[in-house]
Ligand binder design. Structure first.
Ligand code: SF4
Length: 316
């Protein structure tokens, strides 16, 4: 029985739902409904859901990875999507041109087989023509079979670029990647091979995600040697000021004095033929802890008490 215990954020930017999925206090998850600041709701809405209770990966910049209590079921993941659709997106979801469902809030989706079942069930929905699932993964070695099955699901059910895969690369140095993502994962050449082998001409390019931090190598030249700009694009984001990031002395290259590095890097990446987007979000969004790895309940962004949510429990 899912029960919303806290709400955070702002209706017009991003709403964070903290929900208890089971009896235990360890079953708290977060899911989010967010707009793209540059677009009206009719053009784009984003739903972000958790796939695990905590996360076994333990990334150095992520508050979700400090504990792990197991996988969520398909019903529990689906319940989060239904909650955000009902309580945040509303009837406009049916006419939204791009309704992204991101499996990216808490948990490593490639370690939970139930995520694939949810994606298949989303493909059956006739009422959401703008639907576009989006997977963000660190590509753990233990999820290699899951990744193959993901491609089969995408190829069977989602055409015309209506599916997005994001790889959390974080650095072009394997040593730095090992520090940031402390789990056995695909190497850079293995990520590049996966992108080459799995992307068809009609598919969206695979996004290579980097949360830029001072002292963490991101080399456009190395990227160009490994990855094919015809099947990969690059997404640069600020490193969020999570509790874990602060503990690990990680800050963001997007802070004061870092502009030069970001501009230079974007130019270098584009010079090598890659599409490169810089996704900074709104300052208010960061403040409200709606970004990935920033758990609202840890950072104290609650704006309504559990008694005030007014959202009745529902079956997961
Ligand atoms: S960033 Fe993602 S994969 Fe890494 S610990 Fe956080 S939830 Fe897990």
């Amino acid at each position: 029985m899912m029960q919303v215990v806290e709400l955070a954020g702002r209706e017009d930017i991003a709403r964070v739902f903290v929900a208890r999925m089971r009896e235990s206090e360890r079953s708290l998850v977060e899911c989010v409904g967010a707009v793209d600041p540059a677009l009206p709701r009719s053009d784009k809405m984003v739903i972000v859901v958790s796939t695990q209770l905590g996360c076994p990966v333990g990334c150095a910049m992520c508050d979700a990875g400090t504990a792990y209590y197991g996988n969520l079921t398909a019903a529990e993941i689906q319940a989060q999507i239904d909650l955000v659709l009902r309580e945040w997106a509303g009837p406009q979801a049916s006419s939204c041109r791009k309704l992204k469902v991101q499996f990216a809030r808490m948990g490593e989706p490639a370690l939970n087989p139930a995520v694939l079942a949810v994606i298949v069930s989303l493909a059956q929905r006739q009422d959401l023509p703008g639907l576009m699932p989006c997977i963000a993964t660190t590509a753990p070695v233990a999820g290699a079979r899951w990744m193959r099955e993901l491609i089969e699901v995408r190829n069977r059910w989602f055409g015309r670029g209506r599916f997005q895969i994001q790889l959390s690369v974080q650095s072009t140095s394997e040593d730095a990647r090992d520090r940031l993502i402390p789990i056995a994962k695909w190497t850079l050449p293995e990520l590049a091979q996966f992108a080459r082998a799995s992307t068809r001409p009609s598919d969206r390019k695979i996004a290579l995600n980097f949360a830029l931090a001072p002292g963490i190598e991101v080399s456009a030249d190395k990227l160009a040697k490994l990855f094919d700009p015809r099947v990969c694009m690059v997404k640069l984001t600020p490193l969020n000021p999570t509790t874990r990031a602060v503990q690990n002395n990680l800050s963001s290259s997007f802070g004061p004095g870092g502009e030069h590095r970001v501009v230079q890097l974007v130019n270098d990446i584009r010079r090598h033929g890659f599409d490169c987007v810089v996704s900074t979000g709104l300052p208010e969004e960061s403040e409200m802890r709606t970004s990935c790895g920033q758990l609202a309940r840890i950072r104290g962004a609650t704006i309504h008490s559990s008694e005030a949510t007014g959202i009745p429990p529902q079956s997961a």
